[in-house]
Design a protein around this ligand. Structure first.
Ligand SMILES: *Cc1c(COP(=O)(O)O)cnc(C)c1O
Length: 748
């Protein structure tokens, strides 16, 4: 396998016809003859963006001009120093050489010298000798880069051995036998297919029993993420959550669960046969899910809930697990130390679903507001689990995920027992490219690079927020076009303190969050998640005269090449991952400005949403503003903001254990009931409205009036506005076009 990492030479004479230019080009030629590529440039250019090139280089040679060093020593040293510092900020290991003609290291200050791998004097050694030295250091650096599994996989793929094992495409060869297969092969490329191997390959180790290079990689990642045990999972955090649960929860156990958790946690409840007692998050009227108030975590209050629960109060033993969403969709975080202090020893296992938070361990900005990291104290008795989607915010391929474990002082993870649960949920044919991406995503976060990557995403998120405010201020001067989008977050961020965690804390009674009186110091907002609020609804749930439903904005953005993550009634959100670029968020700001422009002019939809109109011709001549008004009016008439808030916080009566209700479905002891007959009946399925994609009703719970009213609204709305359907997973559309839900037979 040949990788392309040139030796970068920075010398202002690199292209000159003088002696110094000739000399450096002779050296460049000698390095190339050693088999390395060389890239020569004549200046440091834009210092910081050039230093970012460190990820593409195998070594740097920086020429210092003797003339300049004598005449303007301070300036030339300062330039050199800041360049070297920029590189070292991100990369502690890449070789950096200084190259000069006569001067010696005595002219270079110590703080710069100690970052260097060597000082090259052109006329003291032959170019060939120097080239060998540079090439050797550069190779040693590159050789040390790949973490264990990725290293083994690249070696295996390069080996070219014939294989008799699965997969049947045999390193991609099968594809070459058919035209469409050829296309597939050309699209994905040879390496991806050669690296697609099965677990019969001994030298790569086994994911399923954590041996060989896979084990070495998991170990390496555990060190980087500062946990006691780390397991790669190749089927998403959906599976990581189920593994954690099956390793500690059995039928009849009490479990304490965030009511607005991801559906995989609800699936875990069903699969394990647990009795869930829910903690209720707050919500504001934008539809944004807030934190579970600290009061809800108080042990007395949990006990009260258990005693009031029809099944849990009969159950024995302490709760086996508590699972909360650590970083909600909108970026709200909990103070983990406060939760540990309250529940250590009371709940056996504290599980933080950190699907959106794998970056937090790498920056002090997040302090105690993530589960596991350096210098975090152990619980005395409770185990800490964190499940993270490497693919959401770090550089993992889709489905790349990991489980982190921190042992308690008095209890350590039994790896054998844990692995029984791991095996239950893991395919015996894991995808090796995903394992490699788990491995590489972790290695990328190695200090000091990881910190800088996270800092960059925070910085860009803040720049985006500043840019949005600037636009708002500009429009505020314009009498009749005053509106603009808001980014949800603290109101009073001055430019200076925006980088302090303190500014992002959810303080009791602050109006911007709309969650009321939260406990001091318990929650913060992660700035890398940006919820954008469209006009029409204020935080108290009051509808304005005019409004712009978010679904229309996101359709518009999609047709302009901007795909957003999630869409609510009057909000949608984007996130600043470590893959963020200035271009990406600037394009969003521009697209939003175009939207505003088209809205203010009420441009017809055939013009501004051509793809959408091709699918739904009925909107052809409707103006963009008119459509917004129409849908806004319907929302307003139905008071949808309050309705959706109320249905989520409405009293949900558990009539059966979730697993028992689901079992009724497996045995077909269910009736498919029309909406009008739902009230008071027990659902056999999970009911999840999109937006927001948070499960509303869980198998075994009864339909109440509020929820039925919401479904009726969704039905009527979907009939009136095709193309803007509110999707409710769990609703079945009958052949008559009406909606049904599978409920448990009879009225138990
Ligand atoms: C996305 C998500 C998951 C599931 O992660 P996948 O990697 O997509 O399987 C679990 N929990 C939360 C809170 C999520 O947002």
């Amino acid at each position: 396998m040949r990788f392309h990492f040139p030796v970068i030479i920075i010398d202002e004479d690199f292209r000159s016809e003088n002696a110094s230019g000739l000399g450096i080009r002779v050296l460049a030629g000698a390095i190339e003859r050693e088999g390395m590529e060389v890239l020569g440039v004549t200046s440091y250019g834009d210092m910081s963006s050039f230093a970012q090139q460190q990820s593409r280089a195998s070594a740097f040679i920086l020429s210092i001009d003797d003339e300049e060093l004598v005449q303007e020593p301070e300036e030339s040293i300062a330039e050199l120093r800041s360049f070297v510092q920029e590189i070292r900020l991100r990369n502690a290991d890449i070789p950096i050489f200084l190259h000069g003609e006569t001067r010696t290291s005595s002219h270079i200050p110590h703080d710069v010298l100690r970052e260097l791998h060597g000082f090259i004097h052109m006329y003291e050694d032959t170019p060939e000798f120097i080239a060998r030295y540079v090439a050797r250091e550069a190779r040693a650096y590159l050789d040390a880069l790949p973490p264990p599994f990725f290293r083994a996989l690249t070696h295996y793929a390069a080996d070219g051995s014939y294989s008799w094992h699965c997969p049947g495409h045999s390193g991609g060869v099968a594809f070459l036998k058919s035209p469409v297969g050829q296309m597939f092969h050309q699209f994905f490329g040879e390496n991806m297919l050669r690296a697609d191997v099965c677990n019969a390959v001994e030298e790569l180790g086994q994911l399923l029993d954590h041996t060989g290079p896979v084990a070495a990689s998991e170990h390496n990642a555990a060190r980087i993420f500062n946990c006691d045990h780390l397991y790669f999972v190749t089927n998403g955090t959906s599976t990581s959550n189920k593994i954690v649960w099956h390793s500690v929860v059995a039928p009849g156990d009490i479990v304490i669960v965030d009511r607005n958790c991801h559906k995989s946690v609800l699936h875990s409840i069903i699969m394990t046969g647990a009795i869930p007692v829910f903690l209720m998050p707050t919500r504001n009227h934008y539809g944004i899910i807030g934190p579970i108030p600290q009061e809800e975590f108080r042990w007395e209050n949990i006990v009260k809930k258990i005693m009031a629960h029809p099944f849990a109060r009969e159950a024995k033993g302490k709760p086996r697990v508590l699972t909360i969403t650590q970083s909600t969709y909108d970026g709200i975080l909990y103070n983990v130390e406060a939760i540990k202090a309250e529940l250590d020893g009371k709940v056996g296992n504290l599980h933080f679903d950190e699907a959106w938070l794998p970056h937090a361990a790498f920056h002090d900005f997040y302090g105690d507001y993530h589960a596991i990291g350096a210098d975090r104290p152990r619980c005395k008795e409770s185990m800490i689990f964190a499940t993270q989607s490497t693919h959401k915010l770090l550089a993992g391929l889709s489905q790349a995920s990991q489980i982190l474990v921190q042992d308690a002082e008095r209890l350590q993870l039994d790896r054998n027992v844990f692995n029984e649960a791991y095996l239950m949920h893991t395919s015996t044919s894991p995808q090796y490219a995903i394992i490699a991406s788990c491995d590489v995503a972790a290695a990328m976060m190695e200090e000091p690079g990881g910190r800088v990557l996270v800092e960059e995403s925070i910085t860009e998120a803040l720049n985006f927020r500043r840019a949005m405010r600037k636009v708002e201020q500009d429009w505020a001067k314009n009498q009749d076009k005053q509106w603009w989008f808001k980014v949800w977050g603290p109101d009073d961020l001055s430019d200076e303190d925006i980088e302090e965690r303190e500014a992002w804390m959810l303080k009791p009674g602050d109006r911007w969050h709309g969650f009321g009186r939260l406990a001091e110091g318990f929650n913060m907002l992660d700035p890398i998640k940006a919820t954008i609020i469209t006009p029409g609804l204020d935080v108290s749930g009051e509808f304005a005269e005019r409004g712009i439903p978010a679904a229309i904005v996101t359709k518009y953005l999609a047709e302009h090449g901007v795909i957003v993550e999630k869409c609510g009634l009057y909000s949608f959100f984007i996130m600043f991952t470590i893959g963020i670029t200035k271009g990406r968020w600037n394009t969003l700001v521009t697209a939003l400005q175009q939207f505003k422009d088209d809205y203010d002019r009420n441009q017809p939809l055939w013009k501004v949403l051509p793809e959408f109109v091709a699918k739904y011709p009925r909107y052809e001549r409707v103006g963009l503003r008119d459509l917004c008004e129409q849908i806004h009016r319907v929302y307003k008439e139905n008071d949808v903001a309050r309705l959706t808030t109320e249905m989520y916080v409405s009293n949900m009566e558990p009539a059966m254990r979730p697993a028992d209700a689901f079992a009724k479905m497996s045995h077909r002891e269910i009736e498919r009931l029309p909406i009008n007959d739902l009230e008071g009946r027990i659902t056999a399925v999970l009911l999840t409205p999109y937006p927001p994609g948070i499960p509303l009703l869980i198998p075994g719970e009864r339909f109440n009036r509020t929820i039925v009213r919401y479904i009726e609204f969704a039905r009527d709305f979907n009939r009136a506005y095709p193309g803007f359907e509110t999707d409710v997973h769990g609703l079945v559309k009958g052949e008559d076009g009406c909606y049904y839900v599978d409920c448990v037979t009879g009225h138990p």
